[in-house]
Design a protein around this ligand. Structure first.
Ligand code: HEC
Length: 304
């Protein structure tokens, strides 16, 4: 077999598999795992999703222009993903900040091995696609004298698509999840329980560790890491985070249990999740210390 043809096929199908893996994977993370995409995530999605279709159709039609249509998307997407990754993992692009309404771009949803975050996965996907397209172009240049376009096999392409969609559906079904926002069954209780708490216990005795500084620190941390989802003064944000002020899920819960929620977050499919929306561990800040979490507990208790 001609070796440049081997590289062309590998480039095309490598890119196709990368695009479909990234597309279905990102849909899985938002729709099944309940991770809310930030603004930069959306830019990456806007650049990645068309590539799944473009590569499929381009391979099916044996379009010799395919690499040149794909590269602008994959190169810009790669740039955004690199920027996003550096924003999350280095201090060079400013402190944790919001880049839009909702989840901040520095919110870390996944942190495998301490460095594999969602933007890193996107970066690898875009890089695989870019590399694949460069291999196709190089294969063309190396094949001087041969007829171009090379008639690459096209029927594996629909199978790649079917497998990607099949894996998504199987994963979603296994997670028992077609994302429905139920009218929160716990809400009627939520409006009643604070009454009980108020009548029972009207003494707002601060715990011994409740020095004003740590309460202030808690408020500052809250504004940095939690406010985008849980709102000003813990008022809650529809579709992102529950109300923490006057909430039985805060007042009726021990400090240790609150610290555990903040430390570990709550998966969308956790037994005690009421909204079907996930909360990231440490609110997406990988480096909150125990003391900072203690300050946060103090602050959200003060909102009751
Ligand atoms: C990306 C959004 C997001 C961020 C950021 C976030 N949370 Fe949450 N948090 C949630 C969601 C959603 C829930 C409720 C999950 C459920 O339905 O049980 C929750 C639940 C909680 C709870 C349990 C109370 C309850 O209503 O179940 C506490 C306490 C809490 N968050 C504190 C924090 C603190 C403190 C921070 C900042 C360090 C923070 N959260 C950051 C989304 C977020």
């Amino acid at each position: 077999m001609n070796s440049s043809r081997f590289w062309t096929k590998l480039g095309l199908y490598g890119a196709l598999i990368a695009a479909w893996t990234a597309t279905m994977g990102s849909l899985y993370l938002s729709e099944v795992s309940g991770f809310t995409p930030c603004t930069l995530c959306w830019y990456q999605r806007i650049l990645m999703y068309p590539l799944a279709g473009l590569l499929t159709l381009g391979i099916m039609r044996r379009d010799p222009h395919l690499p040149h249509l794909v590269l602008p998307f994959s190169l810009v997407g790669q740039g955004v993903a690199v920027y996003h990754f550096l924003l999350q993992k280095t201090p060079y692009f400013g402190s944790p900040s919001s880049c839009g309404i909702g989840v901040t771009c520095t919110t870390v949803w996944l942190d495998w091995f301490g460095f594999v975050t969602i933007p890193l996965l996107a970066m690898v996907g875009f890089m695989a696609i870019t590399t694949g397209m460069l291999m196709v172009i190089a294969g063309d240049a190396g094949g001087a004298g041969k007829a171009w376009p090379y008639q690459w096999p096209r029927w594996p392409a629909p199978f790649v698509v079917l497998i990607a969609i099949g894996l998504y559906v199987a994963g979603a079904a296994q997670a028992g999840k077609i994302h429905v926002s139920l009218p929160d069954a716990a809400l009627p209780f939520a409006t009643e329980l604070p009454f009980l708490n108020l009548s029972e216990e009207p003494t707002p005795t601060p715990t011994p560790s409740a020095t004003p500084t740590s309460l202030e620190d808690g408020a500052a941390l809250y504004a940095l890491a939690c406010i985008n989802c849980h709102g000003e003064q813990g008022a809650g944000v529809e579709g992102l985070g529950t109300a923490l002020a006057d909430s039985p899920h805060v007042s009726g819960v021990s400090d240790d249990a609150l610290a555990a929620v903040i430390r570990d977050g709550r998966a969308a499919d956790a037994a005690d999740n009421r909204t079907g929306i996930a909360m990231p561990a440490s609110g997406g800040q990988a480096d909150l210390t125990d003391e900072q979490i203690g300050d946060l507990v103090l602050y959200i208790k003060s909102l009751q």
